[in-house]
Ligand binder design. Structure first.
Ligand SMILES: [Zn+2]
Ligand SMILES: [Zn+2]
Length: 126
């Protein structure tokens, strides 16, 4: 399957967007001309929509392929990793919005829920 299939077929103002333009539009990098065309043309707008879905699916798969396990991220948040692992995770977080978001979520969760089991384990009895 290519995104160029039926490029001009169904387009209200041929030529329709090229595949490069569709990709750019899906990324939100779009020029005035293409933007105007997309407003006029449901056909090309649908192709952009389709491309956006393909991209987000691909991105998720790519990220997840190289992502550390959630356990590791939890340990990272709690500072339980050795320096080497920590460096690896830090580096990964810099490149992976997916895991960075997860860690941010965990950290805010820890802050807002002091009674979570992770805290209990480290809390000393008086
Ligand atoms: Zn069109
Ligand atoms: Zn990741």
């Amino acid at each position: 399957m290519t995104i160029d299939d039926g490029r001009d077929e169904g387009c209200v103002a041929p030529p329709g967007l090229s595949s490069t333009e569709v990709v750019a539009a899906a990324d939100g990098e779009i020029d005035e001309q293409a933007r105007a065309h997309l407003q006029e043309c449901p056909h090309c707008a649908a192709r952009v929509q389709q491309m956006r879905q393909i991209q987000s699916r691909l991105r998720r798969q790519l990220y997840r392929l190289f992502c550390p396990k959630t356990d590791l991220l939890v340990d990272y948040c709690q500072g339980l990793l050795d320096p080497y692992q920590r460096t690896v995770i830090t580096h990964h977080l810099a490149t992976c919005p997916c895991c960075a978001g997860e860690v941010a979520l965990m950290e805010s969760g820890q802050r807002h829920a002091p009674s979570s089991p992770t805290r209990c384990r480290t809390r000393r009895r008086p």
